[in-house]
Design a protein around this ligand. Structure first.
Ligand SMILES: [Zn+2]
Length: 236
């Protein structure tokens, strides 16, 4: 299975790897720092470059049977060759900021108001979060954003650790946000916002909350009886 370098170091921008398989569908590498779409976060884009300098675009990254599949702009790579992978870093870093910001916002909404998140869609431009929120209250939502920004202002660190899956499964509080977790894993990766929030999460995060900037609520709308859809952007 693909060695997911981004899980050890979300700031790794380039890497080298042999090509394991190359088909019409895409390219599987022995290791990669490309994050595959999942958990409401878009997959990475970037390039794979061969030893003789031929460069191919990675247009999408997806999970496929436990492997990370890089969908390419054109064929040409072949199994056994060595490539240098390079992330579209600006895009990825924006996604990291939105992902960590979403943990902060959802942590506040749950801890302070008992409001649960039911889904999220994060792009490099904006975040969208669905909350299960019977008594919709715009003032409460704005207060939630204020509190989220107050947490960000505390400049907490974001730490990665690992826990045997059988221990993690006995702690349901670790699974409040992520859905579709890969339950066959022996070890689960935990993302902790120092002293504030802890959850099982396989994605990419900033290492300090001040990198997020400021969460700004842009729009909220009703989506069904108790589903409130919230949009936000980040300001530096
Ligand atoms: Zn997450």
């Amino acid at each position: 299975m693909t060695d997911r370098l981004y899980q050890q170091d979300s700031y790794l921008k380039t890497f080298q790897s042999p090509v394991v398989t190359a088909t019409e569908e895409g390219v599987v590498l022995a290791r990669t720092t490309f994050f595959p779409v999942g958990g409401g976060v878009q997959g990475d884009q970037g390039s794979l470059t061969t030893a003789d300098g031929e460069s191919y675009r990675v247009v999408e990254t997806v999970d496929q049977d436990g492997e990370v599949l890089h969908r390419m702009d054109r064929p040409g790579l072949s199994a056994g060759s060595e490539v240098t992978g390079s992330l579209d870093w600006e895009r990825r870093y924006a996604l990291m900021r939105f992902h960590t910001a979403t943990h902060v916002l959802c942590g506040v909404m749950f801890n302070d108001y008992g409001v649960k998140v039911t889904g999220n869609q994060l792009t490099p431009e904006k975040g969208r979060v669905d909350f299960s929120f019977e008594a919709f209250d715009r003032a409460l939502l704005e207060e939630g954003f204020q509190r989220a920004n107050a947490i960000v202002a505390r400049k907490l660190s974001v730490n990665i650790s690992y826990l045997p899956a059988r221990e993690a499964m006995q702690r349901p509080e670790l699974f409040k946000l992520e859905t579709g977790f890969r339950h066959h894993l022996e070890t689960l990766r935990l993302v902790e916002i120092e002293g504030f929030d802890l959850q099982a999460d396989g994605g990419c995060h900033v290492s300090h909350l001040e990198e997020i900037g400021r969460l700004v609520l842009t729009k909220s709308e009703n989506k069904g009886k108790s589903n409130r859809r919230v949009y936000f952007v980040l300001e530096d």
